[in-house]
Design a protein around this ligand. Structure first.
Ligand code: PEP
Length: 259
């Protein structure tokens, strides 16, 4: 059984008090439901670095809840002012790390090779990478979305061993849908996720392909989450804007419980 995941990427939002309040509200909403999350259904909170130890502590031992980081450095340690290593993230209590978000690719020029280095370090320190891929609007309009995504996966991930790759989560995030309010239709998401799984199968075989969780990201909201998650190969979502609102985020999370 693949894990079904709702991950909330808070990006560069929330002061310390706001972050504490959001975690408190999310935990309460889950508690108030009176139910335990079904086996294999998880929520990951992904705050800015300064709040990572606090959020990790807050979700420690809460069934189905985990913490993650938004990025990690491409080197283990050293003179890299402002960077945060995979080792530090793991020692802060996090279990996941986003690698290759389109905002990192765009604003920080993160190349396929750089993302390969980051993924390797995340795995070395037992973090689960949430590897983001996805085409921009020009590429989709040119019908190049499959080629673009295949190259992102091939160049950054496909030199991993089977064992390493089986520990990766992939988030398909069409760049044109991130923060724009324009969601991929369930059919578009379903087609791309099927293509990603097939691409993984061609490289690593059916057993690995079947067990890797594939998340959809891009303006996922309570109103469209159910339809997106109902697609056979969509195993949950990486949520940006809606993850800053406890009600919206937990509603998206609960829609995964019914899958
Ligand atoms: C994201 O940043 O990963 C994302 C999916 O953002 P949003 O949900 O706001 O489109």
């Amino acid at each position: 059984m693949r894990k079904q995941i709702t991950a909330g990427n808070w990006k560069m939002h929330l002061t310390k008090d706001e972050a504490i309040d959001l975690v408190f509200q999310i935990k309460n909403a889950v508690k108030d439901s009176g139910k335990r999350p079904p086996e294999g259904v998880e929520m990951i909170l992904i705050p800015p670095f300064p709040w990572l130890p606090m959020v990790s502590q807050a979700v420690h031992n809460v069934p189905g809840m985990h913490a993650g980081a938004q990025n990690c450095a491409h080197e283990e340690q050293g003179a890299l002012t402002g960077e945060v290593s995979a080792d530090m993230i793991a020692s802060a209590g996090a279990q996941y790390v986003i690698i290759g978000h389109s905002e990192r690719r765009q604003h920080f020029q993160e190349s396929h090779d750089r993302l390969k280095e980051k993924t390797a370090l995340a795995l070395k320190y037992n973090l689960t990478p949430i590897f983001c891929c996805g085409e921009n609007l020009k590429e989709r309009n040119a019908g190049e979305e499959n080629r673009v995504v295949e190259k992102q996966l091939t160049d950054s991930l496909f030199s991993l061993s089977k064992e390493e790759f089986s520990r990766v989560i992939i988030a398909y995030e069409p760049v044109w849908a991130i923060g724009t309010g324009k969601t991929a239709t369930p059919e578009q998401a379903g087609q791309m996720h099927a293509f990603i799984r097939e691409t993984i199968e061609n490289h690593y075989g059916n057993n690995i392909a079947r067990q890797v969780s594939l998340l959809y990201g891009g303006s996922c909201k309570p109103g469209n989450a159910k339809a997106l998650f109902s697609q056979q190969h969509v195993d949950g979502g990486l949520i940006g804007g809606a993850s800053l609102n406890a009600k919206d985020f937990t509603e998206i999370y609960f829609s995964l419980w019914e899958k």
